[in-house]
Ligand binder design. Structure first.
Ligand code: NAG
Ligand code: NAG
Ligand code: NAG
Ligand code: NAG
Ligand code: NAG
Ligand code: NAG
Ligand code: NAG
Ligand code: NAG
Length: 403
């Protein structure tokens, strides 16, 4: 009798566990673009097929997976809009190819994701922006429509999501752009464009928080990673940057509103042959804004033009009105730590901290800085140059600190 009741209990338990398991591991439903008419022939326009695939995947109550198999798919401008009824994985195994003609892209976007929560974008595939024909439009000093060129991957209002194992080549504008995103993890990206391709930022972030970027290779024509107004709690690690313009905060202070950037960590990164290493740039004059609480640690520089560069007189298109104290930048730069920055500079002035006369930089900490000025294979002493900076130094200071 006792045995029977024990057996019955075990049986009930097994049945219960099976039900529980079925709930935990919800089946993944696959939505393959091929089943929606996509053709991987490198010619057919697949925009409608991709749009219909997304619509069904987004409607599905549960875990859905949009599948782009191997092959070359031509895709025009498209924005995948949520919110969806479940989590979505978007798996790109093949090559997506943009039209070469830079006009006719909606929302300044080639491939966009908007209002999506719990998205995983991955697959090891390529996004080929075919930028070469567009780059001559992109010289902002000659062409006022330059910023209208499409970004390869645009995320607007995307939350709790992951992007990994993807390659983007020859973007027309930035490779990846984040706006109003929260809690995203970005890793193992390979972003590639020629050294002289204009405005091809690797990853451009604005108004976004809790973003992690790691284990990526960025070789491009503009900033490897740029963080502008409203970037907070950004964690960057294990990045190879070069060629490119380095990792930049700003430019800040040009707009009519406050433009704050706070709590940025950059760790274990390499800069090779870049224009800048670590840069903070603010316009002058400007409204009050705050750039604070940043840590740059364990960084290797190799033949970098401006390894450490804080520039509060940023002015890419002269003439600029920053002569005199009243016209200086009002962006406050505070609590910036640079720790263990080593390697070579391709110019003599390896450390330049040029702050505002009206709002000086405060709590700038330089710890273990070891940068030499290399001309060919000859090592010369580098210099550091500060104006309006308050802070402290610890450990090795090569060049001798200007603080
Ligand atoms: C979510 O599901 C509901 C009910 O099935 C449907 O009406 C709605 O369109 C779905 N939402 C999306 C974004 O597809
Ligand atoms: C532009 O973005 C909106 C969402 O804001 C979207 O509905 C529309 O489809 C997009 N256009 C294209 C061509 O992707
Ligand atoms: C962040 O997103 C991940 C999914 O990528 C999720 O597992 C995690 O719970 C989210 N964290 C917060 C604080 O919402
Ligand atoms: C980002 O990195 C930090 C520190 O490495 C970690 O604590 C956090 O969980 C990560 N967040 C995401 C969204 O991956
Ligand atoms: C630092 O980054 C390199 C790639 O640039 C990576 O191979 C290495 O594992 C990282 N080291 C640590 C301690 O994270
Ligand atoms: C300075 O910034 C670091 C992050 O880099 C932060 O942990 C620390 O609390 C900040 N210090 C002050 C006094 O705000
Ligand atoms: C700082 O910038 C101002 C304005 O561009 C310039 O006149 C000055 O020489 C710079 N100082 C240093 C130390 O580079
Ligand atoms: C610092 O910059 C100023 C202005 O550009 C320049 O006159 C001065 O020689 C520089 N000092 C060093 C040590 O490089």
């Amino acid at each position: 009798m006792a045995l029977r009741s024990i057996l019955r209990t075990i049986l009930l338990l097994v049945v219960f566990l099976c039900i529980l398991d079925a709930n935990v591991a919800l089946p993944i439903k696959i939505f393959n673009v091929i089943n929606y008419g996509a053709v991987a022939d490198g010619k057919t326009d697949n925009t409608q097929a991709f749009g219909e695939t997304w619509k069904d995947a987004c409607e599905y109550h549960g875990r859905s997976r949009v599948m782009v198999p191997y092959g070359t798919f031509v895709l025009r401008s498209i924005t995948f809009v949520g919110y969806c009824n479940g989590s979505i994985a978007f798996v790109i195994k093949g090559i997506l190819k943009a039209p070469t003609d830079p006009v006719g892209f909606a929302n300044n976007t080639w491939i966009g994701f908007r209002y999506v929560n719990d998205l995983t974008l991955k697959g090891g595939g390529y996004l080929d922006g075919q930028g070469a024909a567009a780059w001559h439009y992109n010289d902002c000093s000659k062409n006022s429509h330059c910023s209208a060129l499409p970004v390869t991957l645009r995320f607007d209002f995307v939350t709790n999501s992951k992007v990994h194992h993807l390659r983007s080549i020859n973007s027309k504008n930035a490779h990846v752009n984040l706006f109003a995103c929260y809690n995203m993890s970005i890793s193992q990206l390979n972003l590639l464009a020629p050294r002289d391709s204009p405005n091809t930022d690797g990853i451009h972030i604005g108004n976004s928080a809790r973003i992690n970027i790691s284990r990526s290779i960025i070789k491009t024509g503009d900033d490897c990673i740029a963080m502008v107004s409203g970037s907070r709690d950004i964690d960057i690690s294990d990045i190879w940057c070069g060629p490119g313009h380095g990792i930049s905060i700003g430019s800040l202070g040009r707009g009519p509103q406050r433009e704050n950037v706070n709590r940025i960590s950059v760790r274990n990164c390499s800069f090779v042959g870049t224009q800048n290493g670590l840069r903070i740039k603010t316009w002058a004059p400007s409204l009050y804004s705050l750039a604070s609480d940043m840590s740059f640690k364990d960084i290797i520089m190799q033949d970098v033009q401006n390894p450490i560069f804080i520039d509060q007189n940023y002015c890419p298109y002269p003439p600029c009105g920053h002569q005199g104290k009243l016209r200086s930048s009002s962006v406050e730069i505070r609590n910036i730590t640079l720790n263990n920055i080593r390697g070579t500079s391709s110019t003599k002035a390896a450390v330049k901290i040029n702050c505002s006369g009206s709002v000086p930089c405060k709590d700038i900490v330089l710890r273990d800085i070891d940068l030499t000025y290399n001309v060919g294979h000859i090592k010369l002493a580098a210099t550091s140059n500060c104006s309006n900076v308050f802070g402290s130094t610890y450990g090795i200071q090569n060049p001798p600190s200007c603080l």
